[in-house]
Design a binder for this molecule. Structure first.
Ligand SMILES: NC(=O)c1ccc[n+]([C@@H]2O[C@H](COP(=O)([O-])OP(=O)(O)OC[C@H]3O[C@@H](n4cnc5c(N)ncnc54)[C@H](O)[C@@H]3O)[C@@H](O)[C@H]2O)c1
Length: 440
């Protein structure tokens, strides 16, 4: 089947490459000519494990190409995906749908023959109706159906998630469109991946409900972690103790510096807005968003607690800048408010990230960037582990001890080190939701 992917960002590029790998002929379109030119040269605009090889193999097999020519790609396609960004609208937190609607207008003008237009972007309930209205208004003659097919891939494991999803959600009420969707995902239908077929509005809401629930789970354990610190309990054990209950599940129960990334912050806000507009306020999600926002800066106070004094004039190293490991995505990373707060408190901050420093420089241009973890630790009074990259899990503690300041503190925001061992080796250790040195 011929597929046009409109928007070649994280989701568009990964989905386009995976559909090509399923055997379809895919054109990934973007209006960013620089991005398309780079992709045509074989350069990836994002860091995602396995993506470069997958793209190269499918380009070689002539099933995947990159273009700025939306008209030609859409005209030739039976399935057109909208995978453009839906960031938070400045000022009010609603999803900014201007990119989706602009893409819909361009697609409308280029439609040729029966076409299924599929919204993969995360969009509020009712957006599919508006996309359909735009298509019909612009091209009353077109034979077109609009389907919702939200994407659930996780950055850092995106290809695996796309090819082995927990479920595929298809919001399609039209039989012909249903057949096109089945053909598109044929390998996944064959290996019996769970498919949830529903109406379009329900499909749109499933995506937001899923992200809001996961954000809630993270925030719940973060607040339990705060309580653990006050009462001398260990959040890791609490998480294990509740996570083994099948009704709860062990995933997303890792206490940390608060959720970030390109989806949870903006999607929770957009869902809150939808609830308020429809007079069905989502008070739990409202609280989750507020608690999470406050938490990020509060993490800087952990550094003060570890050092037992003001941060003025102190040197703090930050390990890990991206919002999670195995991606270079810096969108809404918790490291950003943390580093700004450390600066505000008078600390000299240096940082290292294995992959994300190029992206980080765009957001934090003034920051001192280091070559590796040990250079980052050099002379530091405190070392903050902000993102749990594999390479930070087995740091040479003796070497750290040698290069850091005289009373070195490790602030482990991901709880990846055993507190007792670090304390035995002469570090001050501060985790999240773990018993403090003095018992509480
Ligand atoms: N990143 C994720 O992990 C993830 C996961 C699931 C869902 N989503 C959702 O998928 C959507 C896309 O997210 P993303 O992270 O890939 O965004 P992104 O910002 O990485 O990519 C969007 C791309 O669309 C392009 N674009 C915008 N308007 C266009 C137009 N009219 N024609 C052609 N190209 C156009 C932009 O230039 C950009 O390259 C969002 O709604 C997001 O919420 C993202």
């Amino acid at each position: 089947m011929r597929v046009a992917m409109i928007g070649t960002g994280y989701v568009g590029l990964v989905s386009g490459a995976c559909f090509a790998d399923f055997g379809h002929v895919v054109t990934c379109v973007d209006k960013d000519a620089g991005k398309i030119a780079a992709l045509q040269r074989g350069e990836m605009p994002i860091y995602e494990p396995g993506l470069d090889a997958l793209v190269a193999a499918n380009v070689r097999a002539k099933r995947l190409e990159f273009s700025t020519d939306l008209k030609a790609a859409v005209g030739a396609a039976e399935a057109v995906f909208i995978a453009v960004g839906t960031p938070s609208r400045r000022g009010d937190g609603h999803a900014d749908l201007s990119y989706v609607y602009a893409a819909a207008k361009e697609i409308a003008a280029a439609l040729d023959g029966f076409t299924v237009v599929i919204t993969k972007s995360t969009v509020p309930v009712g957006t599919g109706d508006e996309v359909e209205r735009i298509l019909r208004e612009t091209r009353p003659d077109a034979d077109v159906v609009v389907v919702s097919n939200p994407e659930f891939l996780r950055e850092g494991a995106a290809i695996q998630d796309f090819k082995h999803p927990d479920r595929i959600v298809v919001g399609a009420e039209d039989e012909r469109a249903g057949k096109v969707m089945q053909e598109l995902y044929r390998p996944l239908y064959l290996n019996r991946s769970p498919i949830v077929t529903t109406d379009r509005r329900t499909a749109e809401l499933i995506k937001y409900a899923a992200n809001a629930f996961l954000a809630t789970k993270i925030t719940f354990i973060n607040e339990i972690a705060d309580l653990c610190e006050k009462v001398g309990a260990d959040v890791q054990e609490v998480a294990r103790g509740i996570g083994l209950d099948n009704r709860i599940g062990s995933k997303f129960l890792h206490a940390g510096p608060g959720y970030g990334g390109s989806c949870f912050p903006k999607d929770t806000l957009a869902l809150i807005k939808t609830g308020q507009d429809r007079e069905a306020p989502l008070r739990i999600v409202e609280t989750v968003a507020a608690v999470n926002e406050a938490r990020k800066r509060a993490m800087a106070r952990k550094v003060t607690a570890a050092l037992g004094s003001s941060l003025r004039g102190k040197t703090v190293g930050v390990l890990g800048l991206t919002f999670k490991p195995n991606t270079d995505d810096m969108r809404d990373a918790p490291s950003i408010p943390l580093i700004i707060a450390l600066h505000d408190m008078g600390a000299k901050v240096r940082a290292y990230d294995p992959i994300g420093m190029e992206q980080a420089r765009k957001v934090l241009p003034e920051l001192h960037y280091c070559e590796d973890a040990y250079e980052c630790a050099k002379g530091a009074d405190a070392l903050v582990i902000c993102t749990e990259w594999e390479q930070f899990r087995a740091l040479d503690l003796d070497r750290l001890k040698r290069v850091m300041g005289p009373k070195p503190a490790i602030v482990d925001l991901r709880n990846i080190y055993p507190p007792d061992e670090l304390r035995r080796r002469g570090f001050i250790y501060e985790g999240v939701g773990r018993p403090r040195e003095n018992g509480h």
